[in-house]
Write a protein that binds this ligand. Sequence first.
Ligand code: PEP
Ligand code: MG
Length: 839
Amino acid sequence: MQQDHRFPGVTEITPTANIRVNAHGGRAKCLQRLVRLGLPVPRTEAIDFRSVSALKSGQTLDFDAIFGRMDPDLPLVSVRPSTAQPDWGGPSTVLNIGMTDRVHAMLRGSIGAAGADAVYARFIQSYALHVARLDPGIFTGRASVADLLRAYEDAMDEPFPQDPGTQLRAVLGAMALAWDGATARLLREARGAPADAGLGLVVQQMVLGVGDRERGESGSGVIQFVSSSEGQPQVTGRYLNQSQGREALLDKVPALYLTRDPRGPSLEDRAPEIFAALQDHGALCRARLREEMQIEFTVSHGRLNILDAVRVKRSARAAVRIAVALATDGIIPEPEAVLRVTPRSLLDVLHRQIDPEARVTPVTTAIAASPGAATGRLVFTAAAAQAAAARDEPCILVRRETTPGDVLGMHASVGILTKRGGVTSHAAVIARGLGLPCVVGASDLVMDRKAGTLTAPSGVVLREGEEVTLDGSTGQLIAGAVPLLQPSMDPALGTLLAWADERRDIGIRANCDTPAEARLADRFEAEGIGLCRTEHMFFEDDRLTLMREMIFAEREQDRRAALDRLLPVQRGDFREIFQIMAGRPVCIRLLDPPLHEFLPTDRAGMAQLATALDLPLSDVQDRIQSLSEVNPMLGMRGVRLGLSVPEIYEMQARAIFEAALATEPRVTPEIMIPLVSARREVELVRARIAAVADAVQAETGETLEYRLGVMVETPRAALRAHEIGEHASFLSFGTNDLTQMTYGLSRDDAGRFMSTYVSQGVFEEDPFLQLDTTGVGELLEIGAERGRTASPDMVLSLCGEHGGDPESIAFCRKLGFSYVSCSPFRVPVARMAAAHLAI
Ligand code: PEP
Ligand code: MG
């Protein structure tokens, strides 16, 4: 007989009882597993969701009978919540229900006056707090049981209930109501609970950890066998003799050590057989429950009882180590280990994190654009960042927004904060590539560069040179230094990712602009480079000057002369990248940004340029003025620039070909044309590149192989993919620009209102962060389908920032894309996410 038919809805937890997570909750189910393993669990009854809910409408259970089934020498019970998911919260546990004057007197005889008083006192207070909802202040200054009972009676105008059944009914009813409270509801719904999530309750025979000292060890505690922060085997927990419930966990009480320790007494010393039994139980739980469990236990006059067990809380790093160890020990299969680690959590493993124990008060919170945390001194210009780096001083660079001219300063910083921009703004994209923490869209900060101050709306003023901490995982800026946890690329992560790779069926490449980033891609085992943005190679000082010379050249031959000097530099970069990637595919995008991005914006920079080019300042200013555009992101950039100043793409193609011919093992470079919207653009560029290839082959006598592709990042390119694809061997969807152009939403300005839009439900999620699978996604579907009609072998991929987002990867996989490409630090996340989809 599994269900106790006398009391529908109350089921004793026995090995064969019908206990279900969806009817009784996870705690009840876990307790049943412990019972099945033969662990010494006190008698426990589970009340199902339906019956708990019915308690609110006055339905009742036979509470006296529940007590009738408990130990007559200790007629006390505890009640704990049991929900379908452990992180959905639930009302607080109440211990010692059934404690009355009669039981108090009885306990004085069995465990002594002090113990009996302590148990009664605790119960009166917790009943007052959780059931009668009294202010805990009414007990201040009262210590004796008689005083507490009087305080209760004064506040309630009735004596403390002396009937165990009444007490239990009141506790269960209060817990059922608390589950329906607005805060509890909001909290669990935020954690993914459905609106009708049920609460089960577990009623358990109390075992007292408070006892007669003469009759052996008594106490309570928790124990686990791995470290929650690092995940390595380690006995961790707390034990306190003469204690109950989770008292041992309170910081104010000095707990005992669990294992033998020279610093003081331990459970292992006091009760070695109990400690050994706990170790055995832990090992049994691990092997049979296939999980690292934290065990709550009580020792009562030398007897061990297991009251509860929950999955060990763990940091992201510990989760990886625990999953790998369980699979290595043959307890779970490898694919299950992969599934046990959330892809996004790997970002925490790969970046520095603010120590979760640290208490921080942010000066402001804005958009978290690139994960990780860093402490450094505030600087307001890229030049100041470089100067700080030269002094070996970590710095946080604050800009209104960044431009390619800030890239060297960004390299020199440990974190980047901008007032403007969203998650695909320049600052965000570069920071992710560099693995630097970045916060964008901090529009509430007032920056006064002259005064060297940054003022928050609260009035807090941060000064240039002052130390701050930036957390790109949460979007927080914090004054001063904060303790940080260091990242690790630990062998367990390597193992787990190797298992993930065996299962996934979509390729993962990295977006890398420089040899340094290619090294990162190699370290994170990307299958190749899916996007190399060549513009970032031109920002080192000598290169920038050459670039500017090229831009200022009036005649084609002058332009070519400048480009001839850029050629070896660019060839050198490509060669290094090819070598690092050692035969893996590398896709290089021809120059994309408008030329004015390479020019100075302030007077001092213009004067310097005038000196370098030996031109009057007014000429420099006129030229810069003539290059400025009203809407540069929709202006002369990408292939439009390539067709207007064809020598640039010719130089780049030559650099790519010559680098490829000089690399062993040989690579087949992939060349990609940005911002295409018409077939003819591709035809023209293709012809010029073919001419360069012919010339290089003629000069070297070598045969060149390369692939030419198109970036689909304008809506028209997606719609006309069948004709644009005729001249391309691959199409790579640039979903940053494609999102920007589909929504008509500037990626550099969206940060201003994105949080309003998301909080009001206009957008479910920032579409620059998570692919809009309906609108932009439809263009991807159309582009993919039409592109395949141009050639059935068309290689399709995505290289926007969405490439590192698990939901967006799922969409690309559904469309049959060959690969996605994301910033190097997100490669491990993408590898895991892809494996989750395939398992
Ligand atoms: C894109 O537009 O999606 C892209 C990858 O290119 P960029 O971010 O350099 O514009
Ligand atoms: Mg783009």
